[in-house]
Design a protein around this ligand. Structure first.
Ligand code: PCA
Length: 211
């Protein structure tokens, strides 16, 4: 059976949950038409290890689609990340205490890669179900952007027909109880959103860019 790989991160920055892993783990084993099955893999919020874990999972599963998920504090919508940049500049330490500043992810890689998920079609499909989502032009400069760039670098160099990208997710409601004014989204809505994104990614080609 063809595989879809969904990754989510462990909690970081003092949180006790990370919506990305809550969503990914809820999708573990989900099958579409007895043809495709989802495998969920948890990533450490650690620069080097996150990338190694994604690479290992991709090499082992050879999925047709990879959707990486991460938490983005303060966002109210799903953020469909368009650009992975070759730039790390951590404002906080990762879960191993490392805080790289002003670094490259790949010393000989290009400045950036585009996601090759069908982001526009995903956006339309989410909006049809009244799920708030938007395109985002920066995945930040922390562990998420680093592992997103690493995935796109791997796809570009070894798995050209694989589709992959990254989605940042809002906090879950239980994370904002003590953060007045901070947006969140119910877990059930986030799971539904990801099911839609997976279905669209399997059906559609990457967005075409006009010259
Ligand atoms: N979000 C962080 C890293 C892990 C996560 O869930 C980020 O946006 O880089």
């Amino acid at each position: 059976m063809a595989k879809v790989l969904i990754t989510g991160f462990e909690p970081f920055a003092g949180e006790s949950v990370n919506p990305s892993w809550q969503v990914a783990s809820a999708l573990q084993g989900w099958q579409l038409d007895d043809e495709v099955e989802v495998t969920a893999v948890k990533l450490p919020c650690v620069f080097k290890q996150s990338l190694l874990t994604v690479e290992q999972a991709v090499n082992q599963l050879k999925p047709v689609v990879v959707i990486m998920l991460g938490q983005a504090a303060g966002c109210s919508q799903l953020m469909l990340e368009k650009i992975a940049s070759n730039f790390i500049d951590a404002n906080i330490a990762d879960n191993a205490g490392q805080q790289p500043r002003n670094c490259l992810t790949a010393s000989h890689g290009p400045a950036a890669y585009f996601s090759n998920l069908p982001l526009n079609a995903m956006l339309q499909a989410l909006h049809l179900q009244n799920i708030p989502a938007q395109l985002s032009l920066s995945a930040g400069s922390f562990v998420c952007n680093h592992s997103f760039y690493g995935l796109m670098h791997l796809i570009k160099n070894q798995y050209v027909s694989m589709r992959g990208g990254f989605i940042h997710l809002p906090y879950l409601p239980e994370q904002v109880l003590l953060k007045p004014g901070s947006p969140s989204m119910e877990l059930a809505t986030q799971i539904t959103a990801l099911k839609i994104c997976i279905e669209v990614s399997l059906q559609q080609q990457a967005d075409q860019l006009m010259a």
